[in-house]
Design a protein around this ligand. Sequence first.
Ligand code: FAD
Ligand code: SF4
Length: 511
Amino acid sequence: MKTLRLILGDQLNHKHSWFDSPHKDSVYFIAEMRQETDYTTHHIQKVVAFFEAMENFATWLKERGHEVIYYPLDHKDNQQDLVKNLEYLIEKYSFDQFEYQLPDEYRLDVQLKEFCKNIEIGAEVFDTEHFFTTRTDLEDFYEGKKEMVMEYFYRDMRKKHDIMMVNNKDPEGGKWNFDKSNRNKWKGEHEIPHERGFRKDVSATVKRIKDAGVTTIGQVKETNFSWPTSREDGLSVLHYFCKKLLVHFGDYQDAMHTQHVYVFHSRLSFAMNSKMLHPKEVIDSVIGHWRAHKNDIHISQVEGFVRQIVGWREYMRGIYWKEMPGYRLYNKLDNQNKLPEFYWTAHTKMNCLHHAIKQSLEHAYAHHIQRLMITGNFALLTQCHPDEVDHWYLGIYIDAIEWVEITNTRGMSQFADGGIVATKPYVSSGSYINKMSNYCKGCHYKVSKKTEEDACPFNSLYWNFLDDKKAHFKNNQRMNMMMSLLEKMPAEKRSALKERAAKIIENPDSF
Ligand code: FAD
Ligand code: SF4
């Protein structure tokens, strides 16, 4: 049976059973398409990274004797639309079977299901063989339980997959969670190794994207591209992380610094989200390295990393499939404002936002706390519509794919789901930012001031947010302490804070 097998841009799984041996009647199809470059405005590095990785994957398949049709963006037969391309190929080459892997994005899932309903040849769908969990495992796990707390899911995953366990119920190190030791500010105590870059020349890919007129954001160094775009690159970033960065990963996981973009973070999200690396091989390598160097690396560094991948990453995927398509419409706090212009330029006097956005535009990267407590925090405090916030996050980061972007942004960061992902909104005044970074030192604003002309904007915005949204939090126990402080605040002080916050919300781009 002559079979057309589709591989999407984020399905570059070299270990998939499809590729165990060349299948003489199967032809693999991989395509760069305007459908994918245009569904949001992506960072130029993100488009480049996907196209380069897809091309490398196609080359790898061909070298192993598989037959591949690769459509670059400018291929004469490229219809720029997934369904049109598939229809065209089926007709042109008379395929009598169509096969694909389960997409991770809802929009593609719907599109391919519809397509299969309408074709006259046979169709079959396969698992991607990438995640620890299926789409519905999380829903099954929480069935009948009152609350969906990530911690219990994470513990279950550790037990089920025998990850850092001493027996089938007790975790290694005697604790499930070493989070408390992961809260250090970076004060220059250790040298931070330079990131594992690749100095790749991607000018031909950039030219192809520009010639096609694709609208992108951010910058790219065409002869010094630093993201992994092949399995070998991904493995090299993984080994570099184990050797050089793991030793302090947990300690400085939340730290932010003007001179260090990546601190001790792994930079593995793109390699994993495109499936060039499997999450199991990532944590196996990290745990294996730790076992061989137990005298030098504390368990807290390793557990903190394993938790992100086995816990948060799988949890977010489960929430996505449980809650979509309704999830993308949630706006439970009823926020309506536009995202400030400076999210696309980094032109703001607020040093924390300036740095977090500038590095996002330059590197398509910000780490978790920058995304959550700087850009996400400000967007929520200024009450921006979650659609606006999602649009920005889905475009700007190298690793942004809807299943993991929207759950982190609309859920964890913007609390627009009313508490499905997070138990309380992640908002803070300037003092948290000052505690975890050196941003405030060089800032135009004073973190210690509240309402004066040069007061840190986060301070008034924080209290104003609690006051504006208090009806939403009256039954949230985790908000009780802050709400009672707000209640006790003298009316004069509260109205001065609100007046200052109103000015910021009205014109954030002047701050
Ligand atoms: P490290 O800090 O080294 O962590 C290791 C790995 O753990 C990551 O590569 C990632 O695969 C996983 N991980 C860590 N935190 C999370 C999390 N909260 N959810 C899922 N996986 C996690 N991650 C994405 O992959 N794509 C996104 O589009 C995305 N959008 C985000 C938006 C917001 C508002 C926030 C707060 C977080 C978002 N994250 C997203 C999670 C996290 O910020 C990134 O995974 C991480 O910064 C990637 O850098 P790293 O590989 O150096 O991660
Ligand atoms: Fe950000 Fe406020 Fe600190 Fe300035 S003072 S860096 S605005 S937290």
